[in-house]
Design a protein around this ligand. Structure first.
Ligand SMILES: Nc1nc2c(ncn2[C@@H]2O[C@H](COP(=O)(O)OP(=O)(O)OP(=O)(O)O)[C@@H](O)[C@H]2O)c(=O)[nH]1
Ligand SMILES: [Mg+2]
Length: 244
């Protein structure tokens, strides 16, 4: 049986934020920077498909020195950059780590997708999947790896719920049913208590990461990997397989 013991890491925690287009990922990241920058050393890497629009938005928000915000232009669908070939993102993160050492937290924004893109555990130590009420009350029932298995699911822009005829509480309850005990957070920029809950989740996750008790999980299908002995074995998520 391969040794899956984990020791406490020494580098910054890498936090991925994914979710459909326009659900509030950049705004959520700006909010986290505003809340946490006084206590943590933070850098941000954005992934835009054709532009550096997300990095511009974050720089304009004035929540971090502009040089701590780095844009990766992926030129392809989000899966490619955050899952299939994470090299450009890893290089960007390593560049930030070298410039701003020691960093506590690197936040990586995925390009907006539909419901299918999640981060490879080779890129993100923890990941947030972001939905919003304006996408429709049924979205949480549509499932997918991010909704079901991201470390945190955010149901965002709850202040808009009455304007788009969505029952935000029912949407959160649907999300909770889909997630088998994993956390769901109802968030609005206009509700400071919800913003504090988001910041607290990041603090707690970072504490677990530093202690070696938070393990990066793959919400999607298992990424290709191998173990030397080829013996069948079971992972934490219950998947059993063997390697030739
Ligand atoms: N009412 C309301 N609007 C919000 C909230 N959070 C974000 N928005 C707005 O939603 C819009 C999209 O926000 P972004 O943060 O750019 O969304 P995104 O997911 O980064 O978008 P892409 O990167 O293009 O996929 C902006 O106009 C934000 O001001 C919120 O809590 N309430
Ligand atoms: Mg964005």
């Amino acid at each position: 049986m391969p040794d899956h013991t984990h020791t406490a890491p020494t580098r910054a925690m890498r936090l991925g934020v994914a979710g459909p287009v326009g659900t509030g990922k950049s705004t959520l990241i700006a909010t986290l920077c505003r809340e946490l920058a006084a206590e943590l050393s933070i850098a941000v890497v954005t992934n835009d498909i054709y532009t550096d629009e997300d990095a511009r938005l974050l720089r304009a928000a004035g929540v971090l020195p502009v040089e701590r915000i780095h844009a990766v232009e992926t030129g392809a669908c989000p899966h490619t950059a955050i899952r299939d070939d994470v090299t450009p993102n890893l290089l960007a993160i390593e560049d930030m780590e070298a410039k701003f050492t020691p960093l506590d937290l690197v936040i990586v924004e995925s390009g907006g997708d539909n419901l299918t893109a999640t981060f490879s555990p080779a890129l993100a130590d923890a990941q947030i999947f972001c939905l919003d009420v304006a996408g429709g009350g049924d979205v949480a029932r549509k499932g997918g790896p991010g909704i079901e298995r991201a470390d945190l699911l955010v149901v965002n822009k709850t202040d808009l719920a009455p304007h788009v005829n969505v029952d935000a509480e029912a949407m959160v309850a649907d999300a909770q049913r889909a997630r088998d005990g994993l956390p769901v957070l109802a968030l609005s920029q206009r509700d400071d208590a919800s913003v504090q809950r988001l910041a607290d989740w990041v603090r707690t996750t970072l504490t677990g990461y530093r202690a070696g008790s938070h393990i990066a999980r793959d919400p999607g299908p298992m990424a290709p990997h191998s173990h030397g002995d080829g013996e069948p074995h079971t992972h934490d998520d219950g998947v059993t397989h063997a390697h030739a």
